[in-house]
Ligand binder design. Structure first.
Ligand code: AMO
Length: 419
């Protein structure tokens, strides 16, 4: 006899049989329990009027006969009632009554009792587990860097300011500066971390609090060393999800294709040419727009390519910390796009003190604001590089979701600070 616990998502009484479906952590589909009044009148009477949403534990075992397509059939000896909802469910968990996105986001913590919604969150956890597994196997050390910081790495426009006793501080946009500083003492580090960005626009692919898998590695020859780590990591994650979560993918109706490495590489200039041939206008020296990224995604899909790197971004569109190529126009920065969406960016950093100070000034930043960071470059800083892989972006692409908000239970965007 085993005990499994969860919540009633469906209850139907047909004549003398009460059929109840209970969602549990154990299976993707609900546990189906049929209680017949002529077999166990006491249990039948206990169950037949239970409201949807009741928290219960079932004492019983898997039925030798499995006839229901809806879930795993159990033979129950007893059903213990732990909590009955005091109000009716604010959303339809079975998914028959469509809910507005707003309602879905507000009650996501309840909606994830539904096997389909639940699968996204389970795959999210699997993605992080696979990432850790891969990086640990490769000898990367997990580190933690401050989330309350004195300076931003990704530009002042998206910094959230917080009061820090007598002075002002910011929420970290990226562990960029700290993971680089760690390159003075470790050669391979990673951090799984929230990013806080005050993006003012309500888009389908931006959150104000998102999560990144950040990596930094030292003693590299070029950004190619870092790209190799990233492509192998992403292939490990995507292929691992396909292998370990086939049922969740099926519930979501997702047919994910395995990725093989190496991923295709194209230069930024080549990408611009491809896009201009399709009639898109790409302003000189700027990053690719969302529309351009999507169009490039369809161009690459025609070549049967889902994941690809864009290399050699214009220096004017890159962060100050990326190494500039000799001629000065391009930075050693790359993006990784997956099905037309940027899921990661990274590159080789400037590790030479004088050049780094020069870069800061060229970007109109004041070296004095970055003194603590710059100091680290005085004590034997090796050539290094890394990347930030967006967890929600990766999930959105992998699961073909049309809104990034669906990848997380509690959303932080322009209009949401609760729940
Ligand atoms: P970048 O700013 O490109 O690079 O961020 C890295 C990746 O994080 C994800 N991401 C976001 N996802 C959702 N909502 C957002 N507002 C958001 N902002 C970023 C994207 C993006 O590709 N320091 C560099 C990384 C590095 O060079 O190591 C950085 O933060 O998937």
């Amino acid at each position: 006899m085993v005990r499994i616990c969860g919540w009633i998502v469906r209850l139907k009484v047909v004549g003398r049989v009460a059929i109840t479906e209970v969602v549990t952590d154990l299976y993707n589909k609900p546990v189906v329990v049929a209680v017949k009044s002529d077999r166990d009148l006491e249990l039948f009477s206990k169950v037949k009027d239970l409201p949807i949403g009741t928290a219960v534990c079932i004492d019983g075992e898997v039925s030798p006969e499995q006839r229901s397509k809806r879930g795993v059939e159990y033979l129950a000896k007893d059903i213990r009632i732990y909590a009955k909802p005091s109000e009716s469910m604010p959303v339809d968990l079975v998914g028959k009554v469509p809910a507005l996105l707003d309602t879905r986001i507000k009650y996501r913590y309840l909606l994830i009792r539904n096997p389909v919604e639940r699968s996204i969150i389970k795959i999210r956890a699997l993605v992080l587990k696979l990432a850790r597994e891969f990086l640990e196997n490769r000898g990367f050390i997990e580190v933690h860097t401050p989330k309350i910081v004195a300076a931003g790495a990704e530009g002042g426009a998206t910094l959230f300011q917080v009061k820090y006793f007598e002075s002002n501080a910011y929420l970290s946009q990226s562990p960029q500066l700290y993971k680089q500083m760690l390159m003075t003492s470790f050669s391979k580090v990673y951090e799984i971390t929230p990013y806080f960005r005050a993006e003012k626009f309500n888009t389908k692919r931006h959150l104000n609090e998102s999560w990144g898998i950040d990596v930094e590695q030292g003693f590299i020859d070029s950004e190619e060393d870092v790209m190799k780590t990233l492509e192998e990591l992403v292939a490990y994650i995507v292929n691992g999800v396909i292998e370990r979560a086939p049922e969740e993918l099926e519930l979501l109706g997702v047919e994910a294709r395995p990725l093989s490495t190496p991923f295709k590489r194209i230069d930024f200039r080549e990408a611009v040419e491809l896009l201009m041939n399709r009639g898109l206008e790409i302003p000189e020296g700027e990053d690719l727009s969302e529309a351009a990224e999507r169009e490039l995604g369809s161009i690459m899909a025609e070549k049967n390519c889902e994941a690809y790197f864009i290399k050699k971004f214009p220096w004017t569109s890159a962060g100050f910390y990326y190494m500039r190529d000799e001629e000065g126009f391009t930075a050693r920065k790359f993006d990784l796009d997956y099905k037309g969406l940027e899921v990661a960016s990274g590159g080789q950093r400037e590790h030479r003190y004088e050049k780094l100070v020069e870069s800061l000034k060229l970007k109109g930043l004041s070296p004095s604001d970055f003194e603590y960071y710059l100091e680290a470059f005085k004590y034997g800083m090796p050539p290094h590089g890394g990347f930030g892989l967006g967890v929600e972006r990766l999930l959105m692409s992998l699961l073909n979701l049309d809104n990034i908000r669906l990848t997380t239970v509690f959303v932080r965007d322009r209009t949401r600070l609760t729940p």
